[in-house]
Design a binder for this molecule. Structure first.
Ligand code: DAH
Length: 347
């Protein structure tokens, strides 16, 4: 028996609250059994007390008595507050405070994902969803990935165990696979947005996780140009991060777009002056984009001489990080209510 344990129990008792309990009477009974029941913690500790060396008996005994008194006092306190609530509910005074019933709220990632969907749906994009376990064709080949691209490597991608005579499949590494599925099954004009979960074989840290979320957008029609892409990006950036937001495009490379670009927005924390969030540059990297490579259109059965398109893809975790200054990716998945409750007010 350790003094520390007794102090921990006392603290636990003092912090116990009825606030979030839907069945308060049952909670009190459980609490009583746990601490004061015949086989409860306190009677167990008194049993162990018999073997405590004489020189420790005094201090230990006092701590035990404090523990017992704390448990008894807490139960009295609980009972009194239940009685008070019952009296309140028997009167007709509707202005009295009611019993507290906790209300759930959306996860911050769902909030941000819904916001992105909402912004694109206002300009005619509809949501497309698809499978999370994908084959090589939809993940890589149709998207113009060369055969030796590192994404096809076990180190970067979770492959699902191959069954005899079956095609190799993997957890999707990006939502670009949804582009392929939509283009294969629909004729242009196509204007879709694909939100969803993606998986990568990464070590988990503050900046990387093996599971995260992306939103992909695809627009294919006659005469779609880079100007359409740029205007869509500017609209999105302003709606998402505020009217004052500016964008810039940097040339980049993706197998499935040509030309490709990465979009930065002016830093929404310092307004572009330079701070530690934007590492002094005044710009924040937001998403990848480009004109759909004609090879991709052809692979999906769309005539690249008649049609052109643009695509873009972004990480939802990153959007939420920048919008709400969240510093550690792991927080999204730990289900710590102290973190999640900070976003209660968002719809
Ligand atoms: N699929 C890319 C990734 O996972 C993101 C991306 C970049 C999507 C450019 C696009 C795009 O549609 O045009 O990193």
């Amino acid at each position: 028996m350790k003094l520390n344990n007794i102090e921990d129990f006392i603290r636990e008792i003092q912090m116990a609250t009825l606030e979030h309990q839907s069945d308060k009477a049952a909670f009190i009974e459980q609490f009583r059994i746990k601490f004061l029941g015949k086989k409860g913690i306190i009677s167990d500790l008194f049993e162990q007390f018999k073997t405590v060396p004489n020189e420790e008996k005094k201090e230990m005994g006092q701590a035990l008595n404090r523990l017992k008194t704390a448990a008894q006092a807490k139960i009295e306190e609980f009972k009194a507050s239940i009685e008070q609530l019952q009296q309140q509910s028997q009167t007709d005074d509707l202005t009295l405070p009611t019993d507290y019933s906790p209300v759930g709220s959306r996860h911050v990632l769902s909030v941000v994902m819904n916001e992105i969907i909402d912004i694109f749906s206002r300009i005619g994009f509809t949501v497309a969803e698809s499978v999370e376990i994908e084959d090589d064709w939809h993940l890589f080949s149709a998207l113009n990935f060369p055969p030796d691209h590192p994404a096809r490597d076990m180190q970067d991608t979770f492959f699902v165990e191959k069954e005899e005579g079956r095609q190799e499949v993997a957890l999707r590494t990006h939502t670009s696979s949804v582009q392929v599925r939509v283009m294969e099954n629909n004729k242009p004009p196509i204007r879709i947005i694909a939100p969803g979960r993606v998986f990568r074989n990464e070590a988990i840290s503050a900046r990387a996780h093996c599971i995260f979320h992306q939103v992909e957008a695809l627009y294919v029609d006659k005469k779609v140009t880079f100007a359409d892409l740029k205007q869509t990006l500017l609209y999105f950036a302003k709606e998402m991060f505020g009217e004052q937001t500016q964008i810039r495009l940097r040339p980049s490379y993706f197998p499935f777009t040509e030309p490709s670009a990465e979009m930065d927005i002016s830093c929404n924390i310092c307004g572009g002056k330079g701070c530690n969030i934007c590492k002094g540059t005044g710009w924040l990297e937001i998403l990848g984009c480009g004109m759909v490579d004609p090879n991709v259109l052809e692979a999906c059965g769309i005539d690249s001489k008649e049609y052109s398109g643009f695509a873009l893809g972004m990480g939802v975790e990153r959007m939420a990080m920048l919008k709400y200054q969240i510093r550690d990716l792991r927080l999204y998945f730990e289900n710590d209510l102290r973190f999640l409750r900070q976003f209660d007010a968002l719809v």
